[in-house]
Design a protein around this ligand. Structure first.
Ligand code: ADP
Ligand code: MG
Ligand code: MG
Length: 906
């Protein structure tokens, strides 16, 4: 038998299920599931994601031939349930054609509504419903959507206006009306005629009248929309593979535009911004489809409490609110009760916060979509913990519900309270996505990208946003819009990105041409500073200082829960007492990498360091190093103190020396004078330190092996600091780490220097301290001979930045010249310096760990590259049995959560 390409649903039955998302897309699978659990859904069918792949292989005609029989049967199935006929003049069935991938990509792909209409059918629809306005409103929407999406009339750049919108504006102007819904039947007829003329002019063909021809055009257009620019960009951002493809759902239309007892809306079972357990959403009476999301009319709240909160923010009196902007709870109490019952049912069924779309047709409620709702990091944590407390999910599920990377948002700054109290409030909008943002005003997405690239912080200010603005939103600090509600495009996308957003600030008068925005008499230009608070909706003039975030009780509870399951320890990379303290606060249990080079860059130290490097001989170097010693010892004391009781791995000097010497004339003259040598000598020394390939040059333990006095000084500083703290009763666990070992003898030489210097120091001070000597594994040869190295080294730390560099042979500093092309061509799926290459570099990590432990079973192994804070890499480290990962302080909570998830998933 040929494979099944079409799955039907309707009337409480379905061929699909919720767990068939890969095949049916999220939307199709959940429409099927809703049927099965008794939620009213208009009947329809879903064409599988596999057909999308076939479409890209075979093209339009062959795919239509493959699908024809099944689709015709499925249409007949809808016809039976709806008691109407597709393309019929007397009793027409209209359908929507909808996209839906495995992972939700809101608004990224195309949807076509009211399909099946033509000049005769619209008359039939008028007779059938007795509602000419509705029939013609549906027809004009259909011609517009079909023209834009299927016939390619939607402009591809922002300067051009949609040809249909232009016609609407003309007609509205001629009739002297402001809103779409003020147009009369005659006007709508005029619109349709003009739309069709525009189609003929542009494409040279008549608008298709046959229902099936329309259907095939729409189905293939949805497949095409999988590869549109904004969908591709969105997938890149979210890490969704291009191969997945989209499913297509064809579904009987229900109409929210049939009059005052009809409506359309979007709702959430909990608050997607804060996580509060409160049903909320927005709706519009006598409207259809995307009207709510597109921000064309500002929608009203579904619940009374939501409506009251909205009025308080917008400064609307209770009287005006209840008269002009009533909630659905007040305006349609019976339907509201039904909606509330079903949203609870859906949340209980899926055991997660639901984001739902619905339409009311003449008093009857229909669900059109449900999915697990996108949410901010803060909401993600709160909802997971609340569901746990409410007994809906267990501990492990709660941990798995939080995306580690999302925790990043919680750690972001908020406005400083004092700075805020002195700032001028310009206006208020809706608190669409929490956070604090301050930056320069830009009005267009491409300007945002440009200014951002130039190192500026921007806030994007717009009437409303659309999917075309994605790239700009991504780089902006925040987004401020004049129109649109809490479920507008700007709001939904910003929350998904964890980006601060204030929407629907009606007082904004934006002039795109002049690039200005006027707010109650204050005029701000492009480039002026503005600040927005996405948690309250407030908009401030100028810059407002920010400060570190406060962590909620839910957050610490989640972290505690994570520690209960985790096996992998999380340390931090820190070179200052401040960073060490921050990381401790976030739960780091030690330092996995303390770099020492930055300590040489400050103030007097850099001079002494330069003197050391430029010195004529070892004697000169020793003299200079003696000056550095007390500073270094002090630095270590501070760090050990901040990490008391926990291990601190200190790496000996690593970078090539030329990084420290002055390359400018003034600096060189200064050094000549300080050292009492000629300028020519200094210049010649600087010259001789230059290398063609510094990354592979005189660095790492090669420095310590050629200049052992550096290693001696550093050993003295590290252990000297530990001994002083011992006197103060503070426990330290120093681990001295030799960088860039390739051959065991390199390590052995360094170990000898370290141990004999330590003995000398202990003898001088008459007291000793325990410490370990180990090495970084960052050269492939070291990984390959790890059993030899582990015979001497007491611990391994995988320096995966260098290990990636040397395994791939990609220079970390020069990868930018070809990485974008490699990603584009999919030669590389991701940047291997961000996400650990498990198949290559990861194998070296695995092998070195095994080989090392074969000679030293208790060998402590960790990772200290950038990868230590990247969730998928952390999970890999768990799998190969490392003892710890080490990452920058702000990534510590992310790594802790990822480590717990790895243990649970095992
Ligand atoms: P997206 O994935 O961009 O949300 P949808 O396929 O959900 O696109 O369609 C957008 C909107 O169109 C829906 O929210 C709904 O309001 C409307 N819509 C889709 N199908 C139907 C239908 N069969 N009847 C009525 N409205 C529909
Ligand atoms: Mg939708
Ligand atoms: Mg290195």
């Amino acid at each position: 038998m040929d494979k099944k390409r079409v799955y039907t649903f309707g009337n409480g039955q379905a061929e699909g299920r919720a767990d068939m998302k890969n095949l049916l897309g999220g939307k199709g699978a959940n429409l099927a599931e809703m049927n099965l659990i008794g939620v009213p859904v208009p009947p329809g069918f879903t064409i599988t994601t596999e057909v999308c792949t076939e479409y890209y292989e075979l093209g339009h005609n062959k795919v239509v031939a493959l699908l024809k029989k099944e689709v015709e049967q499925a249409i007949a199935h809808i016809e039976t349930l709806m008691r109407s006929k597709f393309g019929d003049v007397e009793n027409p069935l209209l359908v929507s054609v909808r996209s839906g991938a495995r992972a939700s990509m809101p608004g990224m792909m195309d949807t076509i509504l009211n399909l099946g209409l033509n000049d005769e059918v619209v008359e039939g629809l008028t007779r059938k419903t007795g509602n000419a306005r509705f029939a013609w409103d549906s027809y004009r929407r259909f011609v517009q959507m079909y023209g834009d999406v299927v016939l390619g009339m939607k402009p591809s750049n922002k300067e051009e206006i949609d040809p249909f919108e232009e016609i609407i504006e003309e007609v509205k102007h001629a009739k002297g009306v402001k809103l779409d819904n003020e147009l009369k039947v005659e006007d709508l007829k005029e619109l349709v005629a003009k739309f069709k003329a525009a189609v003929k002019e542009r494409t040279g063909k008549d608008f298709p009248a046959s229902a099936f021809e329309q259907l095939w055009g729409a189905v293939c257009a949805v497949f095409n929309s999988w590869m549109n620019e904004r969908a591709i960009l969105y997938r890149k951002m979210e890490g969704i593979p291009d191969e997945w493809g989209t499913a297509v759902t064809v579904q009987a239309m229900v109409f929210g535009n049939m009059g005052e007892t009809s409506a359309t809306g979007v709702c959430f079972s909990r608050d997607a911004g804060t996580g509060e357990d409160l049903f909320n959403g927005e709706y519009l009476i006598n409207a259809q489809g995307e009207d709510v999301v597109a921000g064309i009319r500002t929608p009203q709240q579904i619940t009374l409490i939501g409506s009251q909160r909205w009025a308080a923010l917008a400064g609307v009196s209770e009287e005006t609110r209840s008269k002009c902007y009533p909630s659905m709870e007040e305006a349609m109490p019976e339907i509201y009760a039904e909606l509330d019952r079903l949203q609870t049912k859906l949340e209980n069924h899926y055991r997660d916060m639901q984001d739902m779309e619905f339409t009311v047709q003449e008093g009857k409620l229909w669900f059109l979509q449900t999915r697990n709702g996108k949410r901010t990091g803060a909401a993600m944590v709160k909802i997971a913990m609340d569901l746990l407390h409410q007994g809906m999910i267990d501990e492990k599920t709660a941990i798995l519900r939080v995306e580690p990377n999302k925790l990043d948002e919680l750690l972001h700054p908020v406005f400083d309270k004092i700075a805020l109290s002195q700032a001028t409030v310009l206006t208020r909008g809706l608190p669409a996505s929490p956070g604090a943002a301050t930056g320069q005003i830009v009005f267009f997405a491409d300007d945002a990208a440009e200014w951002h690239a130039a190192g500026k912080k921007v806030v994007m200010v717009r009437l409303e946003t659309s999917p075309e603005d994605l790239a700009g939103m991504q780089v902006a600090q925040g987004i401020l819009t004049a129109r649109g509600g809490m479920t507008s495009h700007a709001a939904v996308v910003a929350r998904g990105m964890g980006k601060c957003c204030v929407s629907g600030a009606g007082a904004l008068n934006i002039d795109y041409k002049a690039r200005t925005v006027e707010i109650d008499g204050t005029v701000l230009k492009e480039g002026d500073f503005i600040s927005i608070n996405g948690s309250t909706g407030e908009v401030y003039q100028g810059k407002v200082e920010t400060r570190a975030a406060e962590l909620s009780g839910d957050f610490s509870e989640l972290m505690k829960l994570a520690d209960k399951y985790t096996k992998l320890q999380v340390r931090t990379n820190a070179d200052t007492p401040h960073d060490a303290a921050v990381a401790r606060n976030f739960g780091a249990v030690g330092i996995g990498l303390c770099r020492t080079e930055h300590m040489f860059f400050e103030g007097e130290k850099i001079k002494a360091m330069r003197e050391m490097i430029l010195a004529v001989d070892a004697e000169g170097r020793r003299k200079a190093l003696a000056k550095i010693l007390p500073y270094q010892q002090d630095d270590f004391k501070g760090i050990f103190k901040a990490m008391q009781g926990y291990p601190v791995t200190v790496r000996l000097l690593d970078p090539p020396l030329h990084e420290f010497v002055p390359h400018d004339l003034k600096g060189q003259e200064e050094m000549a004078e300080a050292m009492g040598v000629t300028l020519a000598y200094i210049q010649q020394r600087v010259e001789s330190l230059c290398e063609h390939n510094p990354m592979l040059g005189h660095r790492g333990c090669r420095l310590g092996n050629t200049y052992p006095e550096i290693t001696q000084m550093q050993t003295r500083a590290i252990l000297g600091a530990a001994l002083e703290l011992k006197k103060e009763g503070i426990t330290t666990i120093p681990e001295i780490m030799v960088p860039l070992t390739g051959i065991v003898y390199e390590f052995n030489e360094q170990e000898k220097v370290i141990r004999s210097e330590a003995e000398a120091l202990f003898a001088e001070k008459g007291t000793r301290i325990e410490f370990k000597v180990g090495t970084m594994i960052e050269i492939p040869r070291a990984a390959l001979t790890a059993n030899k190295i582990a015979a001497s080294a007491e611990f391994f730390s995988f320096g995966t930045n260098d290990l990636t560099q040397m395994t791939f042979g990609y220079s970390r500093d020069d990868i930018a010249s070809f990485l974008p092309v490699y990603l584009e061509k999919k030669i590389l799926k991701v940047d291997p310096f961000q996400v650990l290459d498990q198949n290559g570099v990861g194998q070296l990590v695995r092998m070195a760990t095994e080989k090392g432990r074969s000679v030293r079973p208790d060998l402590k192994c960790g990772i200290c590259g950038e990868h230590g804070g990247e969730p998928s890499s952390v999970k890999f480290c768990h799998k190969v049995g490392l003892n710890y990962v080490s990452c920058s302080p702000f990534r510590v909570p992310i790594a802790r959560l990822a480590a717990a998830q790895a243990a649970i998933e095992e």
